[in-house]
Each structure stands twice: as C-alpha cells, then as structure tokens.
Design a protein around this ligand. Structure first.
Ligand SMILES: Cc1ncc(COP(=O)(O)O)c(C=O)c1O
Length: 356
C-alpha cells in the first residue's frame, strides 16, 4: 500500500471544478434554476397527501420503483421494460458516464451544454469535443456530423440549457440515425419544446432519452428522473448499475400521484409557453439586448456590457437570474426562468426601470 494515497487523491479531486449551484437567497424571486412555480401549490399538496397516505417509511420501497415505472410507461406510451428511473436525471446521466465512459471515450456535445454533464465529464477525465452555437444561438447538424468519426458518445440536451435551442425534429432524428456510438438525448425541458424522441428508442438500440419530473411537473425537490431506452440497456441499468432503492417511498408515491394529474401539468406547460413568448417579446423591445428564441422554460439574452450591473441590481431587488457571461460571441448573457405571470411582470418591470 502506498502511504498517503488517500490524501493525494483528495487533493487531486479538490482541484476539479464542481457544479456551481445558485446562491441560496431566501425570499428571492427565484428565476435562476428553471424551476416551475407555475404549477399551483395545491398540486404539490395533493400529491404529498396521497404519498403520505400510501407510505410506510419503516420499510424499504420494495416494488415501488416498478410501480412508478408502470405509471411513467402509460405517460410516455412506451413499455415498462424500456423505462428506468433515477434520483433526478442528474443521477442517471452520472451513472451512464461512470459506467460507459472513460478517458478513452470521447463525448461530442454542444458548447454550451448542460453544466452538470460537462462537470461530470471533467470529474471522470472524459475528453469532450464541442460544437459551438452560432451567433444566433443555433446549432447546425452538419457540424456534428463532421465530427462523428472522432466521437464515441453524442450528448445533446434538447432543448438545450442554457440557450433554449431545439433542433428541427428531422435534423435531430438524422443525427440519431447516423451516429454509431451511444446517443444520449436529454429532454429535461422536452414538454416545453416542439417534440420528443422517446419512440425512436424502439428502433435505435444506441439511443437513451433522459427525462425528468423536475421541470414540467414542478417536482425538482423530489429528485425524480427517468429514461427510455432499449430493454437490454434498461435491464442492465436497473438491475446491475442502479442502487437497489434509488428513490424514496415519498418520491415514488408522489410521482405516481403526479402522473395521475396530468391536466395540471398540461395547464402549467401551456401557461409557461405563453409567458415565455411575452418575456421574449418584451425583452426584445430593448435595442441594447439580443434575445434568443427558446423552446424551454427559460429565456437567454445578451445584455452586453450591462449584464453584471443588471444582474446585481436585480439581486438587490430580490430577483435572482442566472449570470452566464460569455457564450461564443455574446459577452453578457443572462438566463431568466419563466415564472408565474406575476413573477415575470416583476422581473420585466425591474428591467424597464433599470434601463429607463
Ligand atoms: C438539461 C438538463 N438536464 C438535466 C437536468 C437535471 O434535472 P434533474 O432535476 O432531473 O436532475 C437539468 C436541470 O437543470 C437540465 O437543465
């Protein structure tokens, strides 16, 4: 045994950049993490009451994940043998990387891509090949195809965080069809977008579509993620890789109850989409901003040289948005989540006052 190896490893890991969580700012108008405040609190109350009634937390949740999987199966119209679950889609992504990727497998993704995924690749020393967004914050499928031969894994968040961009359906389908390695399509914001690709997993064994109840269902605190993939991968993931009890009883029962209340989710998604368009339209009236189209529950805009000032002035008023800074040729990017009508109006009025 080599003396001091543990301290050395700890020191090495201390140099790896972790995922940067937003600041905890109690009482703030929280528009920095793409959470869903549009879904009424009543929805949460109902499902937690149901979960409490159906839970005995003295027991391990034996058979619980299977019941949740059956409920998800109905929702996504795919067989239960093709659905797996995780403690948030973060955990699913992490486990796929931890088990299937290494220093020798190269990941092809966009720049920017989902920050957590990027950090996880860093942690495992997985090399990344990236395709930058254009000045209009769009991606070109051809740029990816030209790099296919160098990559083993293709990861795309669709819609993308933080830009809100989603490929045209036939372009993304084309990429899935022509890539020979593992394809991970992250549809965390799928319900706010134009389409999803889950059904393609029936014909494409190398495709894993990762989804979550954190966004459209407004259940980020419960940590409920799932994926759709071929039965063989799903079996290996759930039986071998995943923990025996990855989800708590309360999360499982709440998830099942939420999937029985889809009307509330649909209403919240529709309201979010219409508010998203209002935010894009309103921010677009300022000449000093570049505002980008979005298919997710947030809007990215470049406030150029004023972005730091706007970010801190909003924070002083208790409005928290995400400060991203440079993305490609855009030097002052901020990302604002779509909240309730009232929240969005407060944000928009504060911006108007700052610029006026
Ligand atoms: C693109 C993307 N994927 C996955 C996640 C993680 O979602 P979950 O809450 O299911 O871990 C997020 C969260 O912000 C995200 O933006």
């Amino acid at each position: 045994m080599r003396k001091g190896w543990f301290e050395q490893s700890t020191r090495r890991l201390a140099t790896v950049r972790g995922y940067q969580k937003p600041e905890l700012n109690s009482g703030a108008l929280k528009l920095d993490s793409n959470e869903n405040y549009v879904i009424p609190k009543q929805f949460q109350g109902d499902i937690l009451t149901h979960a409490r009634r159906n839970s005995d937390v003295r027991e391990y949740p034996l058979g619980g994940a299977e019941r949740l999987i059956r409920a998800i199966s109905k929702f996504v119209r795919m067989p239960p043998s093709m659905i797996g679950v995780g403690n948030g889609s973060d955990q699913i992504l992490d486990m796929i990387l931890g088990s299937f990727a290494s220093k020798k497998t190269r990941v092809l993704t966009s720049d920017p891509t989902f920050g957590f995924f990027e950090r996880r690749c860093g942690l495992y020393s997985i090399p990344m090949i990236t395709v930058p967004f254009s000045e209009q914050m769009e991606l070109d499928a051809k740029d990816f195809e030209s790099k296919f031969s160098k990559a083993d894994i293709l990861y795309l968040d669709s819609p993308n965080n933080p830009t809100g961009f989603q490929f045209k359906k036939k372009d993304l389908q084309g990429l899935v069809r022509s890539f020979g390695g593992l394809v991970i399509i992250d549809e965390a914001y799928g319900e706010f977008g134009d389409y999803g690709l889950s059904s393609m997993t029936k014909t494409h064994k190398n495709l894993v579509v990762v989804r979550t109840l954190s966004k459209s269902f407004g259940l980020a605190g419960l940590r409920l993620g799932y994926f759709v993939a071929n039965p063989q991968f799903t079996d290996v993931f759930m039986r071998v890789l995943q923990y025996p009890y990855p989800l708590s009883t309360i999360a499982i029962e709440s998830g099942i109850a939420a999937l029985e209340r889809l009307d509330a989710v649909k209403t919240a998604v529709a309201a979010t989409k219409s508010e998203r368009e209002r935010i894009i339209r309103t921010l677009g009236t300022y000449d000093s901003f570049d505002v980008f189209d979005s298919k997710a529950n947030f809007v990215l805009f470049d406030a150029h040289g004023a972005y730091r000032r706007i970010h801190s002035a909003l924070a002083e008023q208790g409005i928290s948005v995400r400060k991203l800074g440079r993305i490609g040729s855009h030097g002052g990017c901020l990302r604002v989540s779509v909240g309730t009508k009232e929240m969005n109006s407060k944000f928009l009025l504060a911006v108007r006052d700052l610029l006026g």
